[in-house]
Design a protein around this ligand. Structure first.
Ligand code: ADP
Ligand code: MG
Length: 553
């Protein structure tokens, strides 16, 4: 054997491990789910590579995960015959934080206090490193498919790890063996009933069969059959099954807010199993955040980068399994495939129609979804013109009339005032300030509802020429609106705008402010405040102006 090389973890990993080891988080069981999900991913990656390199499978073509318990040495070993890792991949995968969800988690932890940080671990997957919640040493013995060398990675989770080559006889013929040297207090995981029931509950539907060995020399028993959940008839699947699958396949810790499971049988056949999460991920507005829908072809995992859903549905999790795509095309070719285009279109439409259905069948559940993801969905209003109408129907707003509730555009247009020809909105950074803006006084006085738009994205879609049922969207800050045409409630008179005194005052203000303003006008929009700032009728909305100025444009 060559002397082991000792390396330090990337700074973020060291910090994460420290938190993990000192975590007060009580649900330690999740380490099993994380390690089994990695083992299943490794089998799926091999299945994909073997399409073009069948030799990688050798004489062992059945994917398999084996969990071996050993009370005598207080170890639990999770072994797969998947793709394995080269030594370079080992360093990349287990010495750094690669996945974007974990990166975002680290940012959350950096911002939170230490005690809160360990709570965050409980809410968000931390993948492989969760092993250190139960183990004080972890060995990873791995051999990449097709390689004639193997390596072992070992760490006590305290800041450094070692990597060294091992004799191939001491390694799996192919794949990865993760050996957890359990802490004293985690010894119960070496007991079959506990670990078996945990695996069944958490990972019973991973698409690779799982076996358990009660002792190192015991016969393996199958405890999960590896049948892909999405291929089963809906009637045989319970809500718990879906939740377990959602958690293990998507690495989520919450419940799905909405589950879609259906088979499309038209021009192309494919199965969809997709979820709207119940909670908002940390990285939803990270510019690098990509969609998380996986593409399978006849149960073989192909890629999670096919962008099955548009960016504005990037919060969705799940998969599409196509019967029609050829297995042996490259991922790049798949992007160009008309079959994928059909799938993208069909699944997107279905997600929107299911959301619309939910909005009527369970309004409270729908509003939770909107509260979490509405700011993302609204990006579709200017990115996806073809579905604009459907998206406008889905949109919910805070308005001058909404109170704590939400209003749809249908609600809004049902309350239009006499002669009102536009949907009025005010944009700004926070709802409270918006609601108390003097710009709204004239609208309030006339009982005209105003949408209060406080999401960053609002300034963009609202100025993109959109209308709803023929009514344009119009900013309250924009020039002379047609308020004069809309009557005040009985008996009230608009302030006389054109008197001589007012004209003299306007002349005075104009000469005082000079170039700082382009015009000064008497207005019918104010009822209490003396003045307010407005943008020119055909100019930019004031909030958009601010945003662009902030972006340095
Ligand atoms: P994620 O699974 O989200 O990528 P993890 O922390 O769970 O994050 O795993 C990190 C990486 O380590 C994986 O992406 C993979 O490259 C590698 N890895 C972990 N376990 C295995 C395994 N059993 N076989 C092959 N690679 C693995
Ligand atoms: Mg993982």
């Amino acid at each position: 054997d060559t002397a082991p090389q000792t390396r330090s973890f990337e700074a973020d990993v060291a910090k994460l491990l420290h938190l993990m080891v000192h975590s007060v988080y009580s649900d330690k069981d999740v380490f099993l789910r994380e390690l089994i999900s990695n083992a299943a991913d490794a089998c799926e990656k091999l299945r994909y590579e073997a399409i073009n390199s069948p030799g990688l499978l050798g004489d062992d073509s059945q994917p398999r995960i084996t969990v071996t318990l050993d009370p005598d040495t207080n170890t639990v070993t999770i072994e797969d015959n998947g793709i394995g890792m080269s030594d370079v991949e080992l360093v990349d995968a287990l010495g750094t934080i690669a996945r974007s969800g974990t990166k975002a988690l680290m940012e959350g932890i950096a911002a939170a206090k230490e005690a809160e940080g360990s709570q965050l671990i409980g809410q968000f997957g931390v993948g492989f490193y969760s092993a250190f919640m139960v183990a004080d040493r972890v060995d990873v013995v791995t051999r990449r498919a097709g390689a004639d060398i193997a390596a072992i990675w070992a760490s006590d989770g305290l800041g450094t790890y070692t990597i060294r080559p091992v004799e191939t006889v001491a390694a799996p013929a192919r794949g990865t063996r993760v050996i957890l040297h359990l802490k004293e207090e985690a010894a119960a995981y070496t007991q079959a009933p506990k670990t078996e029931s945990t695996i069944k509950a958490q990972s019973g539907h991973v698409p690779v069969p799982i076996y358990i060995k009660d002792k190192p020399n015991a016969e393996p028993r199958q405890i999960a059959d590896g049948a892909a959940l999405w291929t089963k008839p809906k009637a045989e699947i319970t809500t718990e099954d879906y939740t377990e699958f959602y958690r293990s396949a998507a690495g989520q810790f919450d419940e799905p807010a909405l589950t879609l499971h259906y088979r499309a049988e038209g021009l192309h056949e494919y199965t969809v199993l997709a979820f709207v999460p119940e909670t908002k991920p940390f990285d939803l507005f990270d510019p690098d955040r990509a969609g998380r829908m996986k593409l399978y072809v006849r149960r073989v995992f192909i890629t999670d980068e096919a962008q099955i859903l548009p960016r504005y549905l990037r919060f969705m999790r799940g998969l599409v399994d196509s019967s029609d795509l050829p297995l042996n095309v490259s991922r790049e070719m798949i992007q160009e495939s008309p079959v994928l285009a059909t799938i993208q279109k069909g699944v997107t439409n279905r997600v929107l129609s299911e959301l619309a259905k939910l909005s009527t069948s369970d309004a409270a559940a729908y509003l939770k979804v909107w509260d979490n993801f509405g700011a993302v969905i609204k990006e579709g209003l200017y990115e996806d013109f073809a579905r604009r109408e459907a998206l406008l129907e889905l949109a919910r707003f805070k308005t001058t009339a909404s109170g704590d509730a939400w209003r749809s555009l249908k609600d809004y247009t049902a309350g239009l005032k006499e002669n009102q020809t536009a949907i009025y909105y005010a944009t700004g950074q926070d709802l409270d300030r918006l609601a108390s803006s003097p710009q709204l006084e004239g609208f309030r006085a006339r009982g005209i509802e105003v949408l209060l738009l406080a999401d960053q994205v609002d300034s963009f879609w609202v100025t993109s020429g959109v209308d709803y049922e023929g009514k344009p969207f119009k900013s309250v800050t924009q020039g002379l609106t047609d308020l004069g045409l809309i009557p005040l409630p009985d008996g009230e008179q608009p302030p006389a705008a054109a008197s001589e005194a007012v004209a003299g005052f306007i002349a005075f203000v104009k000469s005082t402010l000079g170039d700082a303003v382009s015009d000064v006008r008497a207005s019918e929009r104010l009822t209490e405040s003396a003045v307010c700032l407005v943008a020119p009728e055909h100019g930019m909305d004031r909030q958009l102006e601010k945003l662009l100025a902030g972006a340095g444009r």
